[in-house]
Design a protein around this ligand. Sequence first.
Ligand code: IMP
Ligand code: MG
Length: 179
Amino acid sequence: MHENVEKIMITEAQIAKRIEELAAQLDRLYEGRKPLVVCILKGSVMFFADLLRQMKTSVEMDFMVVSSYGNGTVSSRELTIKKDLTMDIFDRDVLLVEDIIDSGNTLYQLKKLLNARRPASLNIITLLDKPQRREVPIEPEYTGFVIEDEFVVGYGLDYAEEYRNLPYVGVLKRSVYEK
Ligand code: IMP
Ligand code: MG
């Protein structure tokens, strides 16, 4: 375990097992269709790659970079699009893949923006959800794990750009961000 990690919250094996279940559900949902699956960089990269490899549905991929967080642990409200989609989502079945929903501000604004482009459908899947922290009404269609209000890193999730490559989701030691 990494020295700055307090405890492992979700192990590699637990993540892999949950992804198999979610992939099977998505295969049923999108049967006979070809969804455009959108990775919200950077935090979703591991989840996106592992999830899509478990799905049998043929998919197309696209990537977006949005920011509402800066470098710290406190959410801000402004959504900035740093990299937009390369594909037209009009009349497409779009699946947004997110790492974690915290206040919900990021996805709430992103969903509004993408819906204005008139996709045939827009679903959200998130690896992690912290419902206790919600400030705006947004519910993902699919969730990997509902977690307590703790700051977590690993499996794509960062603190100041570090820890993304840990293979598990762990709770970051408070001493790392409270000094
Ligand atoms: P929201 O807009 O408050 O829902 O924030 C969502 C974004 O904040 C996520 O996509 C993450 O990038 C970041 N975030 C929220 N909670 C955590 C956490 O516990 N660890 C790492 N990043 C987090
Ligand atoms: Mg993120």
